[in-house]
Design a binder for this molecule. Structure first.
Ligand code: NOJ
Length: 773
């Protein structure tokens, strides 16, 4: 019997690689032989490397550059082929093998048509990699990423990415431009909806969950897609929250706040990165060598590829960094961007730049290698049509299991912000409920922003969700529109209307009701890319509507639908119950109804701080002490504070209530010899209902060579507890978790005093000190 030691295994693997390559090379006369000869499921790294190397050796410079070129879908593939203009040029490029990837081509029929050209009409038959923004689902939409982050439920988030991958891959998509792992502290920035909020630790855990969910354990499986960590880097720190704006951040913030989720995604094996539109400290990210070559491909050893953002290579001219397109291409490739999304510059300029000696050909080979590697990993060379099965697409799209999963995710994402006198949950019968607000009857808005694959009108509205509960009498009135105009997706939107004609009916219905449920907030397309706002109040006349209704009935449950933290001072002061329901996707209305009626006990916690006013932004829980920290209630002038509002936010990071209550006690810290710190405490459900609590642990490194935040989230756990049940929770912090990056970018662990805080939010009060020797 053959005994497999490590050594013999290595030998066999090498032999297999050599035999495969010899066979493969010997028989590969025709381009498509690459496809036929490759043994399926032999995607070991060595074999892939050998196959990539062999293919590269056969490619012309132009073909390698072609792999680095990505075009948006440019013609209706079911119609006639393009005859003139840019489309005809792109078509020609496609047939010559000068296109490596396409985006926004979806559905088996469409993808098959473009893939067929790449595989059957080009010299080498190299398949395309098809990319798409599957940000929070493809057709079946899960909550916006910020909402999912509010669940703090990594398993559920991973599952959400898994089903998105399954549905998208069934439509021929190989690659999603997600997850967005940009940390942001600025609610004005519309894209906060697309990320995991303000915290680098939570953000890193979620980045890992999403990458693992999209990619699975084997990229070549037909139900997985390659993921893309974006936008590298600093995009979430766009000045004044204005999209695409300048980013200027110091080393400490870059290393300790911005980078961690990207590094976590790299370690989780993310296969692609996208750079960003912004400049970072004077250098556009797209041409930024430090980011892409030194950090990503150097320090982190990333061996996948980097795609530019849409036209971001060209935009380096507008930045004032490149004098023309040619120089932009030079700066981008030298800076580490491997693929050009829609700037058309690599395909036009790179070959000349090489001839002129401005770009080293080795960089082109390296970029093409990275791209081909991922294509091999996806199994595209084994069968380029493997993702293209119309029957599967039909069976998979929108299937029941997906609906159940997005419903579950939606419920988990809801955050109960306030619940005075237990107004919630609603009684099941005998009540007159006035349901008010245009959003309550909207079947598109709950899909949120960045759901390009989904069809308008496919979400369950709150009104529909409430109908499942027939014991109460529910009346509906719109009160006011949310929002007038067309978005780029063609959806009609009435933004910031001043029309109050719906007020009287809403008021009269509220007068006659026992309870009023008001669904207010932002339309799904009021957040997202290019949708920055300086006023974070309720858009239009919604605030007036709320106050008018309040005058006649104080029993209001405010259900918020929004893609970012809003300013809610008045509501917090007057409205007894507030539910943060974000944009929850396809099953939105069902999830909201189940939470309102108490069939689901909410457990979500805010992944972003909710400010008291826009003047406080950027605002975040892990701020620095300053030399003049102001204590609450301290009535002094020369301390770090505002004259008109207190420093604290309205709702802190990590805040979220339940229909039951939790109590934290008996904190005990043990530091053992291996510099492991064990933090144990008791958590009790003191109420009458079963509930789930996100127990959170924060750390403060009290004195360090580079000042540390007042608190940093270091661990959390979702704990299910029956009424009156108590559990001992234990977190172990390893050495790594106590350190930080210094200003040289080195990770350091400094001995000294630390404080630990445990609780149900970043305002955790139970604390204890320990010393690390
Ligand atoms: C621009 C966005 O910034 C990016 O996130 C997205 O993936 C691309 N467009 C492609 O749609």
């Amino acid at each position: 019997m053959l005994k497999c030691t490590n050594k013999t295994m290595k030998k066999h693997k090498m032999l297999l690689v050599m035999v495969s390559v010899v066979l493969f090379v010997a028989c590969a006369d025709k381009p498509t032989d690459y496809l036929a000869l490759t043994p399926p499921n032999e995607n070991t790294n060595d074999l892939i490397e050998a196959r990539v190397a062999d293919l590269l050796s056969k490619m012309t410079l132009e073909e390698k550059i072609g792999q680095m070129n990505q075009y948006n879908g440019f013609w209706d593939v079911t119609g006639p082929t393009p005859q003139g203009g840019d489309a005809a040029k792109k078509y020609k490029h496609l047939r010559k093998g000068y296109v490596g990837s396409m985006l926004n081509v979806t559905g088996v029929k469409e993808v098959r048509a473009v893939q067929k050209i790449a595989v059957e009409e080009t010299r080498l038959g190299i398949p395309l990699i098809i990319g798409f923004d599957v940000i929070h689902g493809y057709k079946t939409i899960s909550p916006i990423p910020l909402a999912e982050a509010a669940s703090w439920d990594l398993k559920a988030i991973k599952h959400s990415a898994q089903i998105a991958a399954e549905e998208a891959s069934a439509a021929g998509i190989n690659w999603t431009f997600a997850p967005m792992v940009d940390v942001s502290r600025d609610a004005r920035w519309g894209r906060v909806m697309e990320g995991a909020g303000e915290d680098p630790f939570l953000g890193s855990q979620i980045a890992i969950a999403r990458v693992e969910g999209f990619q699975g354990d084997d990229l070549s499986k037909f139900n997985t897609v390659a993921a893309c960590a974006k936008h590298f880097a600093g995009y979430g720190f766009s000045e004044s929250g204005r999209d695409y704006n300048t980013v200027d951040v110091g080393t400490s913030t870059l290393n300790n706040i911005i980078f961690p989720p990207f590094e976590a995604a790299t370690k989780a094996g993310v296969r692609t990165f996208m750079n960003s539109f912004n400049e970072l400290n004077g250098i556009p990210a797209t041409g930024n060598k430090f980011l892409q070559r030194d950090i990503l491909k150097g320090k982190w050893n990333f061996d996948g590829f980097v795609v530019s953002d849409w036209g971001s290579i060209l935009e380096m001219q507008a930045h004032g960094y490149a004098k023309d397109g040619k120089q932009a291409a030079e700066l981008a490739i030298n800076g580490g961007s491997d693929m050009d999304m829609e700037s058309y510059l690599y395909v036009e300029e790179l070959a000349n730049l090489i001839k002129e000696g401005k770009v080293d050909e080795a960089l082109i080979t390296d970029a093409a290698r990275r791209i081909l590697r991922v294509k091999f990993e996806l199994g595209l060379f084994d069968d380029p049509y493997r993702y293209l099965d119309e029957q599967r697409e039909k069976e998979v799209t929108g299937k029941t299991e997906f609906q159940e999963a997005v419903l579950d995710m939606a419920k988990k994402s809801i955050v109960l912000l306030k619940n005075e006198n237990n107004l919630l949950p609603l009684k099941n019968s005998g009540q007159k409920i006035a349901l008010i607000g245009a959003l309550a009857n909207d079947k598109t808005s709950p899909l949120g922003s960045w759901r390009v694959g989904a069809d308008d009108g496919t979400a369950v509205s709150v009104l529909e969700g409430m109908k499942a509960y027939s014991g109460n009498k529910v009346s509906y009135s719109k009160g006011a529109d949310v929002s007038v105009g067309k978005t780029e997706f063609g959806t009609e939107l009435t933004i910031n209307t001043t029309d109050k004609s719906g007020f009287p009916q809403a008021i009269s219905e509220a007068k006659n009701a026992d309870v009023v449920v008001m669904v207010l907030g932002e339309h799904g397309l009021q957040s997202g890319e290019g949708r920055s706002r300086t006023d974070l109040g309720l858009p239009g006349v919604q605030q007036e509507l709320l106050e008018a209704v309040y005058k006649v009935n104080k029993n209001i449950i405010l259900v918020l639908q929004n893609g970012r933290p809003l300013i809610l001072n008045w509501a917090d002061e007057h409205i007894p119950a507030i539910v943060e329901a974000w944009h929850l996707g396809t099953q939105s209305g069902n999830a909201i109804a189940q939470v309102l009626y108490g069939d689901y006990n909410p457990s979500g916690k805010l992944p972003m701080t909710f400010p008291r006013n826009v003047g406080q932004v950027p605002i975040y829980y892990n701020y620095k002490h300053t030399g003049r920290p102001t204590l609450p209630g301290q009535d002094v002038v020369f301390w770090s504070h505002y004259q008109d509002v207190e420093n604290s936010p309205l709702y802190v990071f990590g805040h979220g209530l339940s229909y039951t209550n939790f109590e934290y006690s008996d904190l005990k810290i043990t530091v053992n010899a291996k510099e492991r710190v064990t933090v144990a405490f008791s958590l009790k459900n003191t109420g009458e209902r079963k509930g789930k609590e996100v127990a959170q642990l924060y750390l403060n490194d009290m004195f360090a060579s580079v000042t540390r935040p007042v608190k940093e989230l270091k661990a959390f756990e979702l704990v299910d507890l029956n009424p009156k049940e108590s559990k001992r929770i234990e977190f172990t912090l390893a050495k790594d978790e106590l350190g930080f990056f210094n200003n040289e970018g080195d990770f350091v662990l400094e001995p000294g005093d630390f404080k630990v805080f445990v609780g149900g939010s970043s305002a955790a009060k139970l604390e204890q000190k320990f010393e690390l020797k």
